[in-house]
Design a protein around this ligand. Structure first.
Ligand code: PGA
Length: 247
């Protein structure tokens, strides 16, 4: 199974559902539709209405983050996985570099993953090195640390998706070379097989993915799909990625 996950970040108002209607109508007619899943993570404000709108449709709705506590707490502005589940979310991102950059530690992320799974959300766990770590050849060790700090063998591999997103690539138009990316994806799967008793969860790539560079990414068969930021805000750009992937 492949995944095309659109991360809207701070984008969207109720009428933006028209973008998803177009993606959904492409998806429901695509002859390749059984080979992949489409998930969109809009801002919190749209999760309930979008989840209702697409209840019996192909697209699934997820959240961009969740708080590291179960159910309810006294943390102002925090949203728990329990609350997300209650309004129809099926997935949540955890550990996006935007949130790691705002202070999410490995320990906090571990709790987010735990509570998300407890509340029956599938977790899209984001990992990735920054520019300095890449320059200092620390990429593989950074990724291993991020994975081993948060993942546990008791988790079900089908409830977890890993998104490899090099921070230097997000929103910059810069992407890793095919060789580099293949090597890194194989490394990630090796670490995951160590944790999940020989079975690796799906591993996605994210960072400046578009309808053109997906032609290069699709040659790397180890990559199980994409986490798409900028290009997911346009139905045409998002559909182009899927079209060109299966061309
Ligand atoms: P981008 O964002 O596709 O705009 O680089 C990816 C992400 O942040 O998830």
């Amino acid at each position: 199974m492949r995944y095309f996950i659109g991360n809207w970040k701070m984008f969207g108002v109720p009428k933006s559902v028209s973008i998803l209607n177009k993606i959904n109508s492409y998806y429901s007619k695509d002859k390749n539709r059984n080979k992949y899943k489409v998930v969109i993570t809009p801002p919190y404000t749209l999760i309930e209405s979008f989840s209702n709108h697409f209840k019996n449709k192909k697209i699934s709705i997820g959240a961009q983050n969740c708080f590291q506590k179960d159910q309810f707490s006294s943390n102002t502005a925090a949203i728990s996985s329990y609350m997300l589940k209650s309004v129809g979310a099926k997935y949540t991102l955890v550990g996006h570099s935007d949130n790691r950059g705002e202070g999410d530690t490995d320990e906090m992320l571990k709790d987010k993953v735990r509570y998300a799974l407890k509340n029956n959300l599938k977790v899209v766990f984001c990992i990735g090195e920054n520019k300095t770590e890449k320059k200092n050849k620390k990429t593989l060790s950074v990724l291993k640390r991020q994975l081993t700090k948060a993942m546990e063998k008791k988790f079900k591999k089908n409830d977890i998706i890993i998104a490899y997103e090099p921070i230097w690539s997000i929103g910059t138009g810069k992407i890793p070379s095919a060789n580099e990316l293949k090597k890194i994806t194989i490394h990630i799967k090796k670490v995951l097989k160590g944790i999940f008793k020989k079975n690796s969860p799906a591993v996605l790539y994210g960072g400046s993915v578009d309808g053109t560079n997906v032609e290069m990414f699709k040659e790397i068969r180890e990559i199980d799909g994409f986490l798409i930021g900028g290009a997911s805000k346009s139905s045409k750009k998002f559909i182009d990625i899927i079209k060109n992937y299966y061309r």
